[in-house]
Design a protein. Structure first.
Length: 441
RNA sequence: GCGCCCGUAGCUCAGUUGGAUAGAGCAUCCGCCUUCUAAGCGGACGGUCGUGUGUUCGACUCACACCGGGCGCGCCA
């Protein structure tokens, strides 16, 4: 808190002495060493450099304008222009009294609250949540807590994967291979089995692949039976999601999955074509580079064999189906008109950075006015690697399920607690094991 | 081939946007328990900041090149 207050006053003084200085570069931070005082600022040297002034003279002039006698002892100019601040005991006492009254010591609420949509977690229906989901979920939930604490308005949205080509195969599996008992015992495992089984058959048998395509078309055209199965798969999956989010303590304001935007997709494509942004290509509809950006920065170009070639964003496949680019465009439009956010954050792993660059670029060409109103930002992160530096997998090569990971963490912690604190009741041990285990994860 | 991310102590990572002697946790070693959580406390040990050039009064930080790891590049998401 003190460094923010000192910083505010220092900026005012710098502004009075050097109106053209970039105040964002004027910063105060805790002193590197006690002999330099409590807080220090190295910024005047940078300001002096930018404005071609003598740093010590600038420091002297700034200090003459700095009103800080109620907080600090007389400020010291050290070396080429470091400022060293020493707090007055009385100022510290006043702050601690405020803290006793409930005010926070380490941050100030945002002066102008922003509105932000945070998109994170986004697991797929009919598949087990795996170890990778913990990062998007943890980072996204941490971000929403921080934004809220600072006084911003947050909408957290779980954009679940509840639509797409995988449902063709799942429907074939559900209709021909479903084991009802297994589904009752562990619905996610059974649905995963169905998908893997049908997927394997599709590789070997064109007829099965064709059947999957037909089931998908049926679903997309509103067939009652397929819609019913699809909804049941979502319901069973949501039970899994809710269980895991409950364990992790993550919350969402809304869960608007991909399917929520289905009805808007044809209109999105028409609109993009009408605006001259998209055009037909090899039976599909795609957005090509408009060559307004340098090739290296253009997400719709890629270098192949020394030449820049198009890598268009597909918004409708040649079979009439839509791509997730289209869904994501519809999603941005919906969020902007529904919540009018200042920012939309996508907490998604770095492998999708290319997709988001393309998405934001295409949206800027589709809705330039809306694009200027909101910042679209991809919050990327790496994947979890094993001890060998390779992506973290089980011994048999499968992805590690999030539920299994959490179970194991609790079990291992439980063993330690039971050994060290046999005097506690089983319930107390279990609760400590949960906290310690998840903390370790 | 082109592009993105990463490389700091044995391990996992910070390093506040170019500043003063590069930090923390864990691990290791030493010292603390007549018990309010020893799942703790104090101390020590530990670094060519991947490598090399360059820019600068000053580089972990910026630029370029290389080495090593991860990832992405038209009808999956």
């Amino acid at each position: 808190m003190f460094h923010l207050e000192i910083e505010t006053r220092l900026r005012a003084a710098v502004s009075a002495v050097a109106p053209s200085a970039d105040l964002a570069t004027v910063q105060v931070r805790p002193a590197a060493e006690a002999r330099f005082g409590d807080f220090q600022s190295n910024s005047l040297m940078a300001v002096a450099k930018a404005l071609r002034l003598n740093p010590r003279q600038l420091a002297t002039d700034v200090l003459a304008r700095l009103d800080i006698a109620d907080l600090c002892e007389p400020v010291e100019i050290a070396g080429p222009g470091f400022l060293n601040f020493r707090l007055l005991p009385g100022a510290l006492a006043r702050l601690l009294e405020q803290a006793l009254g409930g005010s926070h010591l380490f941050f100030r609420p945002a002066a102008s609250p922003r509105s932000v949509v945070i998109d994170f977690s986004s697991p797929n229906v009919a598949k087990p949540m795996h170890v990778g989901h913990i990062r998007s979920t943890g980072i996204g939930d941490a971000l929403q807590r921080i934004w809220r604490l600072l006084g911003h308005r947050v909408v957290s949205d779980n954009h679940i994967g509840d639509w797409g080509t995988q449902f063709g195969k799942l429907l074939v599996g559900w209709k021909t291979l479903l084991d009802r008992d297994a589904l009752g015992r562990d619905p996610i495992a059974e649905m995963e089995r169905l998908y893997k089984e049908v997927n394997a058959r599709c590789d070997a048998d064109p007829a099965t692949l064709d059947r999957a395509r037909r089931e998908l078309v049926q679903l997309q055209s509103g067939d009652a039976e397929n819609l019913g199965i699809w909804k049941e798969m979502i319901r069973l999956s949501q039970v899994q999601f809710d269980t895991l989010y409950g364990r992790l303590g993550a919350r969402f304001d809304v869960t608007l999955g991909e399917s929520f935007y289905n009805a808007e997709l044809p209109g999105v494509v028409e609109s993009l074509v009408a605006a001259g942004v998209a055009r037909e290509s090899e039976g599909a509809v795609a957005v090509f580079s408009d060559h307004t950006l340098p090739p290296k920065e253009d997400p719709l170009l890629v270098s192949k064999d020394g030449e820049w070639v198009d890598i268009p964003a597909l918004i409708r496949k040649s079979d009439g189906g839509f791509n997730y680019m289209t869904t994501d465009l519809a999603t941005i439009a919906y969020r902007l008109r529904t919540w009018s956010p200042d920012e939309i954050l996508y907490v998604v792993d770095d492998r999708q950075s290319g997709h988001f660059r393309g998405l934001f670029h295409v949206f800027s060409r589709w809705r330039p006015d809306d694009f200027r109103k909101a910042q679209l930002r991809h919050i990327g992160f790496g994947k979890i690697l094993g001890e060998d530096g390779k992506p973290f997998k089980t011994r048999s090569g499968d992805t590690v399920k999030l539920a299994d990971l959490l179970d194991e963490a609790e079990e291992r912690a439980q063993k330690v607690v039971a050994e060290k604190r046999p005097d506690l009741t089983p319930d107390e041990q279990k609760e400590i094991a949960r906290i310690v285990g998840f903390g370790a994860v």
